[in-house]
Design a protein around this ligand. Sequence first.
Ligand SMILES: Cc1cc2nc3c(=O)[nH]c(=O)nc-3n(C[C@H](O)[C@H](O)[C@H](O)COP(=O)(O)OP(=O)(O)OC[C@H]3O[C@@H](n4cnc5c(N)ncnc54)[C@H](O)[C@@H]3O)c2cc1C
Length: 346
Amino acid sequence: MKVLQERSLAPFHTFGIEVTAERIIVVESAQDLVAIWQDEQYRALPKLIVGQGSNLLFCENYAGVIVLNRITGIDITETADEYLLHVGAGEDWHQLVLSSVENNMPGLENLALIPGCVGSSPIQNIGAYGVELKDVCQYVDAVELNTGKPSRILASDCQFGYRDSIFKHALKNTHAIVAVGLKLPKAWRPNISYGLLAQFASETVTAKEIFDEVCRIRQQKLPDPAVLGNAGSFFKNPVVDKTKREQLMAVYPSMPSYEMADGSFKLAAGWLIDQCGLKGYQVGGAKVHEQQALVLVNHAQAIARDVLVLARDVVFTVEEKFAVTLEHEVRFMAAEKETKLAEVMS
Ligand SMILES: Cc1cc2nc3c(=O)[nH]c(=O)nc-3n(C[C@H](O)[C@H](O)[C@H](O)COP(=O)(O)OP(=O)(O)OC[C@H]3O[C@@H](n4cnc5c(N)ncnc54)[C@H](O)[C@@H]3O)c2cc1C
């Protein structure tokens, strides 16, 4: 394990906001992780595991230890019907998707170009273009931080939901994810149900074609965090009941919505924000992206406060117009623990 001398967190989260931590430590094994939680010198300090920081907003300087997860290693086995991938939590998600497609193990192609580490992927059950991690996850290997006890949590016990899992609830802060098991059926069936992917014919399309198309659309639509700091979709798509959706449709007949399995409806947060005329709206160095209203960007050396005020204004404006409350998908970190927009701005 390596204790970094620098304390700036700007290179370690995709928003690129200039904040510091007391310590930054790189871990390469589950043992390293547990050793930090058991080390006397760190015992009283708050600790936060970070992958690539692509789903994080640091609201202020972090008064504790940032633990950068760099546990690597990929083991591939196969049965007659499936490829089974056991992947270290610190592996890069997109590189995994790319190498699996290139090595003729299709199944992850719809999830191309999602930034972050493999170990973070179950936490919010990453999803894009009609596929979610839960569709390919077999298990998650975790370690209990205070005791070092390892455990394997089967996908069926991960409580996967829309941008949600047990790792945001019962196992939050107590367990670290050290590896993820993925199961890719050899009898591959393309998922081309979503948007522009519907142009393909399911009998002839290849995983590589889907991968390339997903990358093309994403590169066109989303700002590259290496160029313009951001954390992807800032808000979740709100879910409303049938009555609320009907009320809104009566006023906004072109409003996009998707029916969920339980009969509720998911609305498009980006569309709601766009309808409020907020594209390009700016607070200090933070801005609602000009092309993609769901993304807030660090446009010119934003400070955390700029992003917070901008997010508050967006939530307020959407609430005023549609009586729908947006929740942020991005995880907010205060000096010692996780927080929420409503708490920070109260
Ligand atoms: C341009 C862009 C596009 C995006 N597109 C999508 C998308 O299409 N779909 C989607 O679902 N998401 C998307 N995201 C969000 C992000 O990519 C995912 O949430 C990703 O899984 C975060 O990975 P990370 O390693 O950066 O996690 P981090 O941001 O480092 O961490 C996220 C949270 O997980 C915790 N954590 C991290 N690693 C561990 C671990 N090993 N054990 C326990 N806790 C841990 C952290 O403490 C933190 O609370 C996008 C982000 C960006 C910047």
